[in-house]
Ligand binder design. Structure first.
Ligand SMILES: [Fe+2]
Ligand SMILES: [Zn+2]
Length: 418
């Protein structure tokens, strides 16, 4: 029987690194040296070329610090037609054919390009700005800057942002406004489009103009107030506390679109809460609660005849590289039975959850408004929580979801994110 023996060597950690092991931290590479016993087909050996490589120093303008690049990374990222298909934007090379012994024979830098002749005779040229933005430090910096561009708000400061609604006429006639819509959603978490004729046809035209609708268990284009098609409290007229949707999907839908096309009654004030603002408040008020809710998974579920969705995750999800807050999953109504922690930890769990719920329900954090016929709202479901007061009378709310992948793809296309 073959046995793989692993010896893990932790690199020297920055001081204070282990003060709080729950905190998301900057990546610290693990070096794993593997030994193998005879009889195994998989022979993993220490490879000096991988583990202790001679990094190539690329001189960068305006800084004395060179860009250090591993030869294997460079060879794997060759963008010549043999290695990379410019039409499909996919790699052509087979990672198993990437030689462990590949070495740089000669290299030179000129006019913003790095030229390399490899030991096997292959030649590569790279744009130096491309190298900077596609390696760890450059990507890390870009992701940090993207997050720094977000403007968080509360119920008072949201009114000082000067966000004039976008008119229906401009949306339908000016292609340039699309980028502005994506920028606002990314920066503030929502955008309003006004003077939209309150018909099904006009609502769906506005929706399709911005991004493709997502098809979920609720259909593509849903309608509440006229039916009880789905067994969800959103289809009833009671009070709805602030929440995010789809905590029970493996990937919650990224954006929500609402258009109240008819209202003849009383009550029904809507409100939004900036979850990223609440996260900041919680981090300040009780850092251990923030750490706990960033690390402990909770299960959520949605059940209707013929369906049973379930997904696990923490309330705060962070980006895997930047470690910045990326998503809030907060829906107290869709929680499954709490089975992710032993009973001994239940007390702590409820204490932290209640601290968070108290901040979410703070009146000062709520942006209140009335969704009236003619106003289409696009809301970031990974950042904002939405809710509404109970109502009496008739109300028709139409809308859809955009998937996170679809919306972010367009945001990347418009240059809003990298
Ligand atoms: Fe909802
Ligand atoms: Zn190549």
């Amino acid at each position: 029987m073959s046995i793989l023996k692993f010896k893990t060597i932790l690199p020297k950690l920055p001081s204070g690194f282990l003060k709080n092991t729950l905190l998301p931290t900057k990546r610290v590479p693990l070096k794993i040296l593997c030994k193998y016993s005879s009889g195994s087909n998989l022979q993993i050996q220490e490879n000096e070329h991988y583990d202790r490589p001679k990094l190539l120093n690329v001189h960068l303008p305006n800084t004395s610090e060179p860009l250090k690049l591993h030869p294997i990374w460079l060879r794997d990222h060759c963008r010549c037609p043999e290695c990379y298909n410019d039409v499909t934007c996919q790699r052509n090379n087979d990672i198993l054919k990437l030689s462990d012994q590949i070495a740089i024979s000669t290299y030179s830098q000129s006019d913003g390009l790095l030229h390399i002749c490899w030991s096997d005779g292959h030649k590569s040229s790279y744009s130096i700005p491309w190298l900077v933005s596609n390696t760890y430090d450059g990507k890390y910096k870009a992701l940090q800057e993207e997050t720094d561009r977000l403007t968080t708000w509360d119920g008072t400061t949201v009114n000082l942002l000067g966000l004039e609604p976008i008119s229906h006429q401009r949306l339908m006639s000016d292609d340039k406004i699309l980028r502005e819509i994506y920028r606002r959603v990314f920066q503030y978490g929502f955008v309003k489009i006004e003077q939209v004729p309150p018909t099904k046809l006009d609502t769906s035209a506005v929706i399709e103009r911005i991004c493709r609708m997502s098809h979920t268990v609720f259909g593509k284009f849903w309608e509440t107030g006229t039916n009880f098609d789905h067994k969800d409290t959103g289809y009833l007229n009671g009070y709805l506390e602030a929440h995010t949707d789809n905590t029970y999907f493996t990937e919650a839908q990224g954006l929500l679109v609402f258009h109240c096309t008819h209202f003849n009654g009383t009550g029904c004030e809507s409100f939004l809460v900036d979850g990223f603002h609440v996260a900041k408040q919680l981090k300040q008020l009780d850092p251990s609660a923030y750490d706990y809710l960033s690390n402990v998974n909770m299960e959520s579920e949605y059940i209707e005849p013929g369906e049973h969705f379930s997904s696990w995750g923490p309330i705060f999800r962070h980006h895997p590289v930047s470690h910045k807050l990326e998503q809030i999953r907060f829906n107290m109504l869709d929680r499954s039975p709490l089975s992710s922690i032993p009973q001994e930890e239940v007390g702590t769990h409820y204490r932290y959850l209640k601290t968070m719920a108290t901040l979410v329900k703070k009146k000062e954090n709520e942006y209140r408004f009335r969704l009236s016929p003619g106003t289409v709202m696009i809301i970031d479901n990974w950042r904002l929580l939405h809710g509404r007061e109970s109502y009496q009378g008739e109300r028709v709310l139409r809308g859809c979801y955009y998937s996170r992948s679809d919306f972010m793809s367009k945001a990347r296309h418009y240059g809003i994110i990298s």
